[in-house]
Ligand binder design. Structure first.
Ligand code: SF4
Ligand code: SF4
Length: 257
């Protein structure tokens, strides 16, 4: 029997992009496989090893009654549970339903809506079970995922900084699109992790990684108004991948009329 810790990857309501980041590790995948036994990873292999599991990576949000029960089973089967991505950590883009009437949506989208069994909200995994660590992003960064797995193997906390994207801009020497061109940018309130990708291509940050630690959304709101956005524009910039993250939800609601 293998003595390597058992790794499981679970999918809830999601697009699979975050678990794909594990396969995307390419150069590092063999080292990962040497450190852990990939015991349950439906996207990577049909071979499944029964639990319990030492490390579970959970992708996706809770949107159905059956998933609300299944996550309890996953928690019971997992020694350490890490949520990966905006869906799992904040409810994802599917949490736009939280601001609307889900019955109206299903009646418009499905020919036979009575067959649909869904919850009124899309919620983060941490709203349902205890989570040991949350890795943000849409999708997550594979370097940060490797850090989480490495930290698990070393029995320490992952070293994932909670500061904003602005710090990443400064580190890579990117000219600030807001200062230089007046381009609206969510970087000052967004969690680092993407390497400030969008500003490097002359675009403002879209907030894929969700709220940074202690984001000053009030100050950014004033700046966005100065840059020509009206209240509905500001509501919309927060209603994307992390719409239901509390800090972004409140920042949007502050501009709702
Ligand atoms: S966080 Fe983004 S990339 Fe990851 S599963 Fe959700 S939608 Fe896909
Ligand atoms: S471009 Fe955006 S993320 Fe980068 S420093 Fe300016 S405001 Fe911050």
């Amino acid at each position: 029997m293998s003595e390597r810790p058992k790794l499981a990857v679970w999918k809830f309501a999601s697009c699979d992009g975050c678990q794909l980041s594990l396969l995307d590790c390419e150069d590092e995948l063999l080292a990962v496989a040497a450190g852990v036994e990939i015991a349950n990873f439906a996207e990577g292999s049909t071979a499944m090893v029964d639990g319990p599991y030492d490390l579970s990576l959970v992708e996706g949000s809770i949107t159905t009654p059956s998933d609300a029960e299944r996550i309890q089973d996953v928690r019971r089967a997992s020694r350490t549970l890490v949520t990966i991505g905006a869906c799992a950590t904040s409810g994802g883009i599917q949490a736009l339903r939280n601001f609307a009437d889900v019955e109206e949506f299903t009646s418009l989208v499905y020919a036979t809506p009575e067959y649909i069994s869904t919850l009124e909200t899309s919620t983060a995994i941490a709203d349902h079970v205890q989570v040991d660590f949350e890795l943000r992003g849409c999708p997550i960064s594979k370097q940060q995922l490797l850090e989480v797995i490495t930290a698990f193997l070393a029995d320490r906390r992952p070293r994932i900084p909670g500061h904003s994207v602005c710090i990443e801009c400064k580190r890579r020497g990117t000219v600030c699109v807001t200062v230089a061109h007046g381009t609206p940018c969510l970087g000052p309130v967004t969690h680092a992790g993407c390497g400030a990708l969008c500003p490097a291509y002359d675009r403002g940050c879209y907030g894929c990684f969700g709220p940074a630690e202690q984001p000053n959304t009030a100050a950014l709101g004033d700046l966005l108004v100065d840059q020509g956005m009206d209240d509905m524009d500001i509501v919309r910039v927060y209603r994307t991948f992390n719409a239901a993250a509390p800090e972004f939800r409140q920042a949007g609601e502050a501009h709702e009329r």
